[in-house]
Design a binder for this molecule. Structure first.
Ligand SMILES: Cc1ncc(COP(=O)(O)O)c(C=O)c1O
Length: 364
């Protein structure tokens, strides 16, 4: 059996047909920027996440950059971010001229609760990242941030569909940023992203920034850029959105199979909270000291895995920064993402479980 980590070709035929029909309908209408699909997509998200404003844009990285610019974070400002995350979280801070201040995470890659110790007189904001789909404790974080008068930008790129006490990831902070990159739980057939916010002025600034600073055509109020969502992607996302609840149910079912099947192995730490409401089961990351060995063994058995992420950001050339970052570093050396997506079959999950058990329990 060959099990790639993720193979988007495997979407079922019915879904592929729905996507083709959407494309044909849009081709006939001839509207490829803005239009009703974009409006429908934004209102789908607004209703589902209960976000007062949902502003779609070109991708999740832009969403973060737009958020920083909308909140007027720039040169001379410091922004606290976790030491392990996808590079976008740090790169946008540098792109706007601010300085990322890295802080260690807990054992599971979420910004450590003592992040307040990183605050200096220059600190303007904090970016909690809901890594792997698991939410940072946002009630606690917001309380601390407000006490210190800091802005909060949630990096919810991996956490679409996670809710904490019924409140959606991305709706706690001043701005929440989402990515609809194809591999995400709600993914486009290309690039797309979104900012969520509750303040009307921030909403207006975000809309201006992503559309050349234009209030109406040729009336440029501020310096902006083109980060509009592609209408075709909004159309595809509306199709995927209809499938989102059933895809989530499959993810959770498979996550439970992994947890139940692998809990007999002592040498491995499982993400036991993956079945909770505040985890959308985007990635199932196990931790073991024998990570590289296991990865190779699974590869020999035809199973693809991935590492999110093999290096911590403060060790990378563009962001070089001193510090121990013990938990983040550990995760980068011990974490392994197992294949988990709605396009997989139950037998494939069983096969992966059997191989992992063989590796740990029979000494192969
Ligand atoms: C944590 C995190 N932040 C930001 C992004 C950026 O999103 P995009 O790839 O849509 O630019 C990603 C996407 O992978 C991500 O995982």
């Amino acid at each position: 059996m060959k099990i790639p980590f993720l193979d988007l070709k495997k979407m079922d035929g019915e879904l592929k047909n729905a996507l083709k029909s959407k494309f044909e309908a849009m081709l006939e209408k001839g509207i490829f920027s803005g239009g009703e699909e974009v409006q429908a997509f934004e209102s789908n998200i607004t209703n589902y996440l209960h976000s007062p404003f949902s502003i779609s844009c070109a991708n999740g990285t832009d969403a973060l950059e737009l958020a920083l610019r909308a909140l007027e974070i720039g040169a001379g400002d410091e922004v606290i971010i976790p030491a392990i995350t996808w590079v976008s979280t740090a790169e946008v801070v540098v792109m706007v001229g601010a300085t990322p201040i890295f802080w260690d995470t807990d054992e599971n890659g979420l910004l450590a609760a003592d992040w307040e110790e990183a605050i200096s007189p220059k600190t303007k904001a904090v970016i909690p990242v809901h890594l792997y789909g698991k939410m940072v404790d946002m009630e606690k974080l917001m309380k601390k941030a407000r006490y210190h008068k800091l802005l909060v930008i949630e990096d919810g790129a991996q956490s679409f569909g996670s809710f904490q006490h019924g409140k959606a990831a991305g709706t706690f902070g001043d701005v929440g940023c989402l990515s609809f990159y194809p591999t995400k739980n709600l993914g486009a057939l290309g690039e797309a992203g979104m900012c969520l916010c509750k303040d009307q002025q921030v909403n207006e600034r975000l809309k201006l920034l992503l559309n050349h600073g234009q209030v109406v055509r040729d009336n440029h109020e501020i310096v902006g850029k083109n980060s509009r969502i592609d209408s075709i992607q909004a159309g595809f996302l509306n199709v995927f959105f209809d499938q989102f609840p059933s895809n989530q149910a499959i993810r959770k079912k498979y996550a439970k199979m992994y947890i139940d099947g692998l809990s007999v192995i002592d040498e491995m730490k499982l993400p036991l909270d993956i079945l909770d409401e505040d985890h959308n089961a985007h990635l199932l990351v196990i931790q073991t000291d024998r990570r590289d060995e296991l990865k190779n063994f699974l590869l020999q058995s035809g199973i693809g895995t991935a590492i999110h992420y093999p290096h911590i950001l403060p060790d990378m050339k563009p962001f070089r920064s001193k510090g121990e970052f013990k938990n983040s570093r550990n995760l980068s050396q011990r974490g392994l993402s197992l294949p988990l997506n709605p396009w997989m079959k139950e037998e494939e999950i069983e096969f992966v479980i059997a191989k992992i058990k063989k590796f740990f329990l029979t000494g192969d």
